[in-house]
Design a protein around this ligand. Structure first.
Ligand code: 5BU
Length: 263
């Protein structure tokens, strides 16, 4: 897998503010690690984010699993973002018609568009989902990822569905900055550039008993040409030292990228 350009150099391929910032941040901080922070209390959430913060480019949230969510959590999250220099990705997986997702993105309790630099959507409903989210997010400098593939066993997002996701992204290049997928989806010579983020990454286990399937940072970045590894329980699983594990995944992800550059 040949990589022609470094992360930072690719920033110029994007008009989207979030994409440009993320690619520059990855280069500046030398980390392609995103932490999937799936804990259910505010205390754990902020504690882990603070410990892993120095090693990540992107904090991935599922804000609706917090049992004690409040506005103060968002204020503290923003402080950690500045303190550690990372961006925020709410893994909301929007999946409805444009008019509905517009409200889900900007309103309700969470007001995702106010604090999440990046969010994602299933291409399933058609282009309207992107248009609806774009109405809210583009002027705020936000970026969207389309779920072109999923890491779970038996995922239906394959073949022509994945191809259609790529075509949808091409039609909305100003707002769609990339994909959730397990591999690079378009060639380096393509006129369009997209950032690929891969969940289902772990160094110690191969599955979780509920359909999740894990591959290593080397598989994902070096062999499959993805750009960002998303790691959750591999970092904060029971008994783990958060900073040690975050550093381990950061190093593995960066090593895989460095090797890809040399190829
Ligand atoms: P884990 O603890 O590393 O298994 O967490 C993986 C995270 O990535 C979790 O937040 C999932 O919701 C998320 N995820 C995923 O695992 N697979 C996918 O295809 C997508 C998201 Br999309």
């Amino acid at each position: 897998m040949i990589l022609k350009k470094k992360y930072g150099e690719r920033a110029e391929n994007f008009s989207n503010k979030a994409a440009r910032e993320l690619l520059s941040l990855i280069d500046r901080k030398k980390t392609n690690l995103s932490l999937a922070l799936d804990v259910t209390t505010k205390r754990e959430f902020l504690e882990i984010a603070d410990k892993a913060g120095p090693y990540i480019c992107l904090l991935k949230t599922h804000i609706d699993i917090l049992v004690d969510f409040d506005q103060d959590l968002i204020e503290q999250l923003k402080e950690l973002k500045t303190k550690h220099d990372f961006m925020i990705f709410e893994d909301r997986k929007f999946a409805d018609i444009g008019n509905t997702v517009k409200h889900q993105y900007s309103k309700g309790i969470y007001k995702i568009s106010e604090w999440a630099d990046i969010t994602n959507a299933h291409p399933l409903p058609g282009d309207g989902i992107v248009s609806g989210l774009k109405e809210v997010g583009l002027s705020l400098g936000r970026g969207l990822l389309l779920l072109a593939e999923m890491s779970s066993k038996g995922s239906l997002a394959t073949g022509t569905y994945t191809e259609a996701a790529i075509e949808m992204a091409r039609r909305h290049k100003d707002f769609v900055i990339g994909f959730i997928a397990g591999r690079k989806l378009i060639s380096d010579d393509d006129k369009d550039d997209f950032i690929v983020m891969s969940p289902g990454v772990g160094l110690d286990v191969s599955m979780d008993g509920l359909g999740q399937q894990y591959r290593t940072p080397r598989n994902v970045i070096l062999e499959s040409g993805s750009d960002i590894i998303i790691v959750g329980r591999g970092i904060y699983g029971s008994g783990k030292d958060i900073a040690v594990e975050a550093q381990r995944y950061r190093d593995a992800g960066w090593e895989a990228y460095s090797q890809r550059l040399m190829n």
